[in-house]
Design a protein around this ligand. Sequence first.
Ligand code: BGC
Length: 267
Amino acid sequence: MPQSLKSQTALVTGAASGIGAGVARALGAAGAAVVINYVTNPAAAEAVAAEIRAGGAEATALQADVSSELEVREMFAKAIAHFGAIDILVNNAGLQQDAPLVDMTLAQWNKVIGVNLTGMFLCAREAAREMIRRGVRADVSRAAGKIVCISSVHEVIPWAGHANYAASKGGVKLLMQSLAQELAPHRIRVNSVAPGAIQTPINRAAWETPEALASLLRLIPYGRIGQPEDIGRVVAWLASDDADYIHGQTIFVDGGMTLYPEFARGG
Ligand code: BGC
């Protein structure tokens, strides 16, 4: 992979596993120094950091719960002290706490909104403050900074039994677009990548048995489940100057899940 992100620092939230780890590896392979944010599993975060270092890029793991204002502030302060700048924020941390509406607790609602939506606000705010303060460094990138939100196909596909999750991702859509409008004059590019079904721990039940996988594949015209690298490669490109004129967009990386595949069989 070309070293398109050389001399840049990226912070990836929720990077100890799943899509976040795949994104962190791809950014490291593109030459960025990477901050691996994690909340509960330091060993897994350290393993991702070690892999990136073995590939020749810098990496360090930092703990913070993205839904905590204080912890987010401390994480950014440490990251900036360590690497001197934040050029790229990948707002990835996210979780599901599924329940039918009539059984959903307020705690389940608040937890999902807190991490998936408030966490993106808190991290974007800290990143934007630093990017505005520093401005464009023309030797590094045409933009003062890049913010990529990892959304979901569920920013447009309603999802029964997952109202908290779908609401959080619908929120991410307009959070991203509003930030894009607001931060453009500062030359901060803001976009989303919206994955479909990617094989990670968050959706294990949807792929771990042959029956579950067959049922999932009915929703994916391209006929395979996605892998974290599928998302990592797109994020690395979107954060690079090759994508300098892409701003305020959601790129769906979903094997066609948003094509209403049931209509291929009727309608
Ligand atoms: C969810 C997964 C789901 C996928 C496609 C993602 O946002 O986290 O659980 O498999 O969307 O429905």
